[in-house]
Design a protein around this ligand. Structure first.
Ligand SMILES: Cc1cc2nc3c(=O)[nH]c(=O)nc-3n(C[C@H](O)[C@H](O)[C@H](O)COP(=O)(O)OP(=O)(O)OC[C@H]3O[C@@H](n4cnc5c(N)ncnc54)[C@H](O)[C@@H]3O)c2cc1C
Length: 244
């Protein structure tokens, strides 16, 4: 069955890092769109003869209902700049008032009933968007300990930090910004892999979510496999490129 589609109007388009823009849209038909934090949508973008289809994670920070669902009037996404990227050009140049079409939501990188004692939420760059969307839900799941690892080269490449640090004030949420190319206050040196190893992941008690750069996702998964993690204990969402 085809996924439902929705029309959106761009409300704002803001640069939040040297290479990342945050786009906020409003749904033309209010309260028609329902999602689970962690899911993504597919944009259909007019392009020459054939439209482009591109996926973007929902970055909205909202409170889900008791079934874990959010019905919303708006959509927020964060987009990294890709050299010669076709969708990148469209989004980076888009103006308030421009109309878009999406379908969805889709995706299994959500907080289900199978949560473990400790849950690691690991991402790089815009791969942090799904975890931002989960923050209010994590607060409510106080029987679980959540460790959020954000990887970037430099502090200037990080965003939504206020939201992650505010969540870190809760007893069950722990935030670790990891910088691979500079040293900064309150940040951990090196890749997310180094920080993960310090937290001694254990397949008996832990569940790991990985999102973003496909190389990072593969590298961390390889590391976890060496520690006897199986596919059921590692949820992966790779931001793979589209063929067209
Ligand atoms: C489930 C899912 C969720 C996603 N969520 C997000 C999100 O929230 N934010 C986000 O920014 N992206 C996200 N992506 C990636 C996004 O869908 C596009 O692939 C990305 O924006 C590039 O599209 P483009 O049309 O600009 O580039 P294209 O025109 O498809 O590619 C142009 C050229 O750049 C290469 N290329 C494409 N992407 C990259 C890259 N990242 N790095 C280096 N080279 C590249 C291609 O191979 C090609 O040669 C997601 C992908 C998936 C599958």
């Amino acid at each position: 069955m085809p996924l439902p589609s929705y029309r959106l109007t761009l409300v704002s388009n803001e640069q939040i890092c040297p290479n990342v823009r945050k786009l906020r849209f409003e749904f033309v038909e209010a309260n028609s769109f329902t999602y689970r934090p962690g899911q993504f949508v597919s944009f259909q973008l007019p392009y020459a003869e054939k439209p482009l289809k591109r996926s973007y994670s929902i970055a909205n920070l909202e409170l889900p209902n008791e079934d874990g669902l959010v019905t919303t009037n708006y959509l927020e996404i964060v987009i990294s700049y890709v050299e010669n990227g076709r969708a990148t050009k469209i989004f980076f140049e888009a103006q308030a008032g421009d109309e878009f079409e999406i379908s969805g939501p889709v995706g299994l990188l959500v907080l289900g009933s199978e949560l473990a004692e400790r849950v690691f939420l690991i991402g790089t760059g815009t791969g942090m968007a799904p975890y931002r969307a989960m923050l209010n839900q994590l607060t409510e799941l106080s029987n679980h300990q959540f460790h959020i690892l954000f990887g970037a080269q430099k502090l200037e490449n990080m965003f939504y930090l206020d939201d992650f640090w505010a969540a870190d004030k809760k007893d069950n949420i722990h935030f670790y910004p990891c910088l691979s190319r500079e040293v900064a206050d309150n940040c951990h040196p090196g890749y997310v892999q180094s920080q993960l190893e310090l937290l001694k992941p254990n397949p008996e008690t832990d569940l790991v979510y990985l999102c973003g750069n496909p190389d990072m996702v593969d590298d961390v998964f390889d590391l976890l496999k060496e520690l006897d993690f199986g596919v059921k204990q590692v949820k992966r969402e790779k931001y793979v490129f589209s063929k067209f």
